[in-house]
Design a protein around this ligand. Structure first.
Ligand code: PEP
Ligand code: MN
Length: 345
């Protein structure tokens, strides 16, 4: 249940409501909004009786939340959430954020050169994996701690915020030092120990959709982060596994307007893993922005064919510049009031 407070309600009135929630054996979670405060009742297994709450001073309304996720839903938080990563704002009506870099961190010289080239091509954040979740245990697993040193250098030299994947809960503290946006990969979307740990992080989290996760499972995974105390979550669609053989995954772009309808969290798209083929990445990046994505995550390299991992889907820097141009044009759609806006928002 969600308890909506009247605008202008006092701190004391809110504390009163929270105390009653606790006396009933549940946990209150305040959700501040632009115009009013809401208090979310969590920890209940069934419906909560609104009776005792509706008469308390300062309470405007009590709304039953029907979904198995609450804090990520628009019912609880009607305004778009904007997540800030360094100097970049993602979400709402901010211009689409372009996150780019090689799949894996490579040698320091090469990684730095890619980062500088990507920055010139319009990337606002640099992404590269230090620890790689590989399907085969014999495949290259990433350069590990050495790669973190390289990422720190890239941040220092370029000023770009760093995005990198964290594979397990134990690695979070170490990675928080150099990584501005912690990526949870598709294979870890339901690693609840990792999500609980990231919920305590002060760094924002990029939560990729599981490769066969339903919309609800994805939202519930994000709910772990918000419920545990981390409101800075960006969702990322990266393709799901289907019967098709012509692409690595099937990029599920209709999920983008669905996320925007049901959740206030920003949603970005990764067309690289969604296609698995570099020739289709730019087209699908355009499609993602047209569908309402708040940003893009793209694998790019100065010499794509020699990428340590995911070479086939990695675009060159010229193509990345093209994506930036597309984003400038398509980003304007966000500021128009299209006919569809009633359903998109
Ligand atoms: C990646 O971003 O390089 C990656 C491994 O992504 P995903 O988890 O989507 O497969
Ligand atoms: Mn990759």
């Amino acid at each position: 249940m969600l308890i909506l407070m009247k605008s202008g309600s006092t701190i004391e009135e809110c504390s009163n409501v929270e105390a009653l929630v606790r006396r009933q054996g549940f946990e209150p979670l305040p959700v501040p909004g632009e115009n009013r405060i809401a208090i979310c009742v969590t920890g209940n297994t069934g419906p909560v009786d609104p009776g005792p709450f509706s008469d308390l001073p300062g309470v405007l309304d009590c709304i039953a939340v029907t979904k198995p996720y609450k804090l990520v839903s628009r019912e609880v938080h009607p305004e778009d959430t904007v997540v800030r990563v360094g100097n970049v704002a993602i979400g709402g009506r901010h211009e689409p954020a372009l996150i780019a870099g090689p799949c894996s961190v490579e040698t320091e010289a090469r990684t730095l050169a890619i980062a500088q080239a990507a920055q010139r091509a319009g990337a606002r954040m640099f992404r590269a994996g230090a620890f790689k979740p590989r399907s085969s245990p014999y495949a290259f697993q990433g350069l590990g701690n050495e790669a973190l040193v390289t990422l720190a250098r890239v941040r220092e030299e370029t000023g770009l915020p760093i995005v990198s994947e964290v594979l397990d809960a134990e690695a979070v503290s170490r990675m928080e030092e150099v990584v501005d946006l912690l990526q949870v990969g598709t294979r870890n979307m339901q690693n609840f120990a990792l999500l609980r740990r990231l919920a305590k992080s002060t760094r924002p989290v990029l939560l990729k959709r599981g490769l066969s996760a339903s919309f609800e499972e994805w939202m519930m995974a994000a709910e772990y982060l918000l419920m545990g105390g981390n409101p800075n979550v960006i969702l990322c669609e990266r393709g799901v596994r289907t019967f098709v053989r012509h692409s690595r995954n099937t990029l599920d772009l209709n999920v983008v307007p669905l996320v925007r309808e049901r959740s206030h969290l920003p949603v970005i798209v990764d067309p690289s893993h969604g296609c698995g083929a570099r020739d289709r990445v730019r087209a699908m990046a355009r499609a993602a922005l047209a569908a309402g994505a708040h940003g893009l995550l793209i694998e790019a390299h100065t010499d794509p064919a020699s990428s340590y991992t995911d070479a086939a889907q990695t675009i060159d820097i010229r193509t990345l510049s093209g994506v930036t141009e597309d984003a400038q044009i398509l980003g304007r759609l966000e500021r128009l009031e299209p006919v569809e806006s009633a359903t998109v928002r």
